[in-house]
Design a protein around this ligand. Structure first.
Ligand SMILES: Cc1cc2nc3c(=O)[nH]c(=O)nc-3n(C[C@H](O)[C@H](O)[C@H](O)COP(=O)(O)O)c2cc1C
Length: 314
């Protein structure tokens, strides 16, 4: 009998039964896909981005399909942290999978306030801090594009929680590693790499932007090579675990991210194409490890070979 591979991974003290996590904004408030998949089979669920107050988001159209991807300008529409805890979270109580809250604030103090509310909420296992939204306190500059502010947000969150803090980085910067290092020094226990890449699309007959907001964030297979490169760069600079995401459609894509240094991965846009993708990736990784006689999935993380090394397949 072949030994069942151990797919579990650790993210800032949180043990996940496997490295497959659903990405924020692509899996609703967690319970919407309950009828279609067994949520307890997932490594973790990251819910829609939550703010202190409810947010209507941007006007439609706010999603448009592009070759190999989608552009979205949802604008972080959500019910607000209090309504989430009261109205949405109870549906997840029986699910045996850690629930991670993705949070964002318009100011440092908003990040701190949301964090305090979550600290008292037992069912939320960890926080993923989105630092790529506009910083109104600093005149619209994004928190995540500046090392100093990125570190300050991290400190504000860390000060107010005992739960693991994952910081989600934006790819829309010149040097992602300097932000990653600053956030790590400020106490982040893991990094998610990466959020969407800024983009736009134009309808030629009307010469209008396809998104009412003009610009949006590109996701899906179109961004996978860039996301993979960013994960590779970041994982080689920091000691904390990196969670890789961007265009993962199947278990082989997931393996690429693990090989370049990710400890875990997230499934985002792929869920819109096939709601069962995350579960299929769990099964695919399990079967791959069985086939290759890999006892623990951690053996794959950072196993990228150099070009000169033997071409023996593994
Ligand atoms: C419709 C949509 C909504 C999203 N909302 C959020 C969000 O609320 N918070 C966040 O951190 N990322 C959000 N994202 C970004 C995804 O979590 C993910 O980082 C990105 O889409 C890249 O992964 P993918 O190519 O696998 O989708 C959103 C993405 C999409 C497509």
């Amino acid at each position: 009998m072949p030994k069942t591979p151990n797919l579990s991974v650790e993210i800032g003290g949180l043990i996940l039964k496997n490295p497959v996590i659903t990405a924020s904004g692509t899996f609703g408030y967690g319970n919407e896909l309950n009828q279609l998949i067994n949520l307890s089979s997932l490594g973790a669920i990251i819910v829609k981005g939550l703010s202190l107050e409810p947010m209507p988001g941007n006007p439609p159209p706010r999603i448009v399909e592009t070759p190999c991807g989608i552009l979205n300008s949802i604008g972080l529409a959500n019910v607000g942290i209090k309504a989430f805890i009261k109205e949405k979270l109870p549906a997840l109580h029986k699910i045996k999978t850690p629930i991670i809250a993705n949070i964002y604030g318009h100011s440092m103090s908003e990040y701190a306030k949301i964090t305090k509310i979550i600290e008292d909420t037992e069912k939320i296992a960890a926080l993923e801090v989105n630092i790529s939204c506009p910083n109104v306190e600093k005149g619209g500059m994004a928190f995540g594009t500046d090392s100093y502010t990125a570190a300050k947000v991290t400190e504000h969150v860390k000060k107010n929680t005992t739960k693991p803090v994952i910081v989600k980085l934006t790819p829309n910067v010149t040097d992602i590693t300097s932000i990653a290092v600053a956030v790590e020094s400020a106490g982040a226990q893991a990094l998610s790499v990466t959020n969407t890449i800024l983009g736009m699309a134009v309808d030629v007959p009307t010469r209008k932007p396809k998104l009412a907001n003009i610009i949006g964030g590109l996701s899906g297979p179109a961004i996978k090579p860039l996301a993979l490169y960013l994960v590779y760069k970041v994982a080689n600079r920091v000691k904390i675990p990196v969670i890789g995401l961007g265009g993962i459609m199947n278990y082989e894509d997931a393996l690429e991210f693990l090989i370049v240094g990710a400890t875990a991965i997230q499934i985002g846009t792929a869920t819109f194409v096939n709601p069962k993708t995350a579960i299929e990736v769990v099964d695919g990784l399990h079967n791959y490890c069985l086939r290759k006689k890999i006892h623990t999935i951690n053996q794959i993380t950072g196993s990228l070979k150099e070009y000169g090394e033997s071409n023996e397949k593994s």
